[in-house]
Structure formats: C-alpha cells, structure tokens
Ligand binder design. Structure first.
Ligand code: AMP
Ligand code: MN
Ligand code: MN
Ligand code: MN
Length: 298
C-alpha cells in the first residue's frame, strides 16, 4: 500500500530557473532536511533534470522529474506542475522552448517601465542574477532591487513594482492550459495544478479551471504547499476529492534566504487523499543507496 505519510517535496527551483541553489546543492539540502522523494520543478525548463536525478540517486533520494509551466487562463497566470515525464521528450521540450521565448522581450519592457520611475539599468541588473539566459524572471528583478537597496526584501519589490498595476509589470501571454497539460501527459507524466489558493479567480472561474484541467487530462492538485495556509490545505483537500484529483505536496523552495518554507518542512497529506506518487510509482527513479530501496512501498 502506498502511504500519504511520506516526506515528498515535489516543488522547488534551482539556478536553472529562479532559485539560488544548483540542482546538486538542492539534492543535498533536501536529503539533509529528511526529504524521501524529491522533484526539481524549474519554471518552463527541464535543463536541470538529468543533474537533479543523478545527484538525488547518488545520495539516497528517490526522484521524480519535474517542471512548472506558466499558463494563461482567463487572463491570469496559472502554474501547472508536471511530474514523472520523460525529460527528453521532443514535443515537451519544444513547448517549453516556445514558452520561454517571450521572456527576454518582456524583461526589456519591464526594465523600461522601471526606468520611467527612476530605476535605471534593471535589465542588466536582473540578467546578472539569471543563471539561465532564457529564463529571466520577475524574481531576478526582485533580487536586483533588493541588492541595490531600493527595497528591503523581495516581497516589498513585488508589492511596489512587479505586480499588475505597478511600474515594472508587463502583461504576458504564456502557454494554454490544454497545451501544458498535453505536453506533460504525452511525455508520460502527471499534470498538477500548482498552489491553487494563490490565484485571484472567482468561484466560477476556479470551477472552470479545475473542470477544464480535468477534461484535458490533468491528474492532480497541490494541496500542501509552502504558499497555502492550514485552512487552504483543507479547502483544496476537499477540491481534490470533489474533482477526483490526486494530491501533491511541495515547498516551492527558491532560496535559503528568501523562502519561508524549507525543503520538506510541511505537514503530511491527509490520509483521505490519493497521493500523486501513487499514480507515479512506476516513474520514480529509485536511489541506489544500501538498505530498503523502496521508500514508497510501505
Ligand atoms: P515570472 O515567471 O517571471 O512571472 O515570475 C514569477 C515568480 O515570481 C514566481 O515563481 C515566484 O518565484 C516569484 N513571486 C511571485 N510573486 C511573488 C511575491 N509576492 N513575493 C516574492 N516572490 C514572488
Ligand atoms: Mn519562482
Ligand atoms: Mn508557481
Ligand atoms: Mn514554483
């Protein structure tokens, strides 16, 4: 029987997107924090997957491939996590390349917006922080504005400069929900709605998101995530059951100094939920450390 009592952390970011640690350092940190099953889920990019899987296996961590795809749904950005797919799948990689494509132009426009309120050189500043030139994100702008003393922390940068209506915000059209779910599913993985409580949808729009996601072949929803409150764990546990979706668990860790949730430091999933790792047991890359090799076959 597969248990919900597993320290699975299936959502975090490395320098390959907007995290500050390498895939190898994240693997080490996850292991040290007691994580048993791990996935690196960089934004719109699978370039770190082989490194993460190799590092995880070498230190005794079970691994699932991961990605977090940016999607536009009824005018808002929604994140879809993919788990357990083939990272070399051609159509998935082409879809992600296309999704990353607009980021550089957007970054230049963000910089223009910031220049209009007196903040110069933000494009050059932000790209210096980007480990992957194809993945300049708002997080990199936030780090630049903190480093230059314009704001105290990244939260303040987002609030004052990077969210809708603020000078550095540039609207962007990401992948469609159907495409993102299709790329993940066709590559053998499971599509998961990331941190559902973070979106500003009406009840009807949220219902549409879950229904359409499910009709496109989506399989799960993040219930326990670093960006949900305890009350939201309950709300989305109910939603998972209502929509017949499996449940996922992940910190959304980005950095030792910026993230409020440490790798693996989350409550377990409720026993009434079906964990996504049950659906993906055949896709888990087991580690080669001595001792019991199956952390998931309790
Ligand atoms: P982008 O994909 O370039 O739009 O950047 C989105 C990223 O910004 C998210 O993945 C988070 O890492 C980060 N982010 C979004 N909102 C906030 C916030 N309020 N405070 C700190 N980081 C945020
Ligand atoms: Mn991020
Ligand atoms: Mn996200
Ligand atoms: Mn994330």
């Amino acid at each position: 029987m597969v248990t919900t009592i597993l320290n699975a952390d299936l959502h975090c970011h490395s320098v390959v997107s907007d995290g500050t640690l390498t895939p190898e350092a994240l693997a080490e940190r996850a292991k040290a924090q007691g994580v048993e099953l791990w996935a690196l889920t960089d934004h719109d990019e699978v370039g770190g997957q082989h490194r993460a899987a190799t590092a995880a296996r070498a230190i005794g961590l079970h691994y699932l491939t991961g990605v977090e795809i940016s999607v536009t749904f009824v005018g808002q950005t929604v994140h879809i996590v993919g788990l357990g797919f083939d990272p070399d799948n051609t159509a998935l990689k082409a879809g992600l390349t296309q999704t990353r494509g607009g980021r550089n132009q957007r970054a230049m426009e963000m910089s223009d917006g910031l220049a209009r309120v007196g903040i110069k050189g933000a494009y050059e500043g932000a790209t210096q922080y980007a480990g992957n030139p194809e993945l300049v994100s708002r997080t990199h702008f936030a780090r630049f504005l903190v480093e230059t003393g314009i704001c105290r922390d990244t939260n303040e940068v987002f609030r004052k400069y990077l969210i809708e209506g603020k000078p550095g915000y540039v609207p962007h059209r990401w992948a469609s929900l159907k495409d993102a779910v299709g790329w993940i599913t066709d590559a053998g993985g499971a599509a998961i709605i990331a941190h559902p409580a973070r979106y500003k949808f009406s009840t009807n729009e949220e219902f549409a998101l879950f229904s359409e996601f499910k009709s496109h072949g989506g399989l799960g929803v993040e219930v326990v995530t670093g960006s949900h409150t305890a009350a939201e764990y309950l709300t989305y546990a109910d939603m998972a059951i209502e929509f017949g979706l499996a449940a996922s668990r992940g910190s959304d860790f980005h950095s030792p100094t910026e993230s409020h949730t440490e790798l693996g430091a989350l409550p377990y999933l409720a026993g009434s939920l079906q964990p996504v790792w049950e659906l993906l047991s055949h896709r888990i890359q087991a580690h080669s450390a001595p001792g019991p090799t199956s952390a998931v076959a309790h």
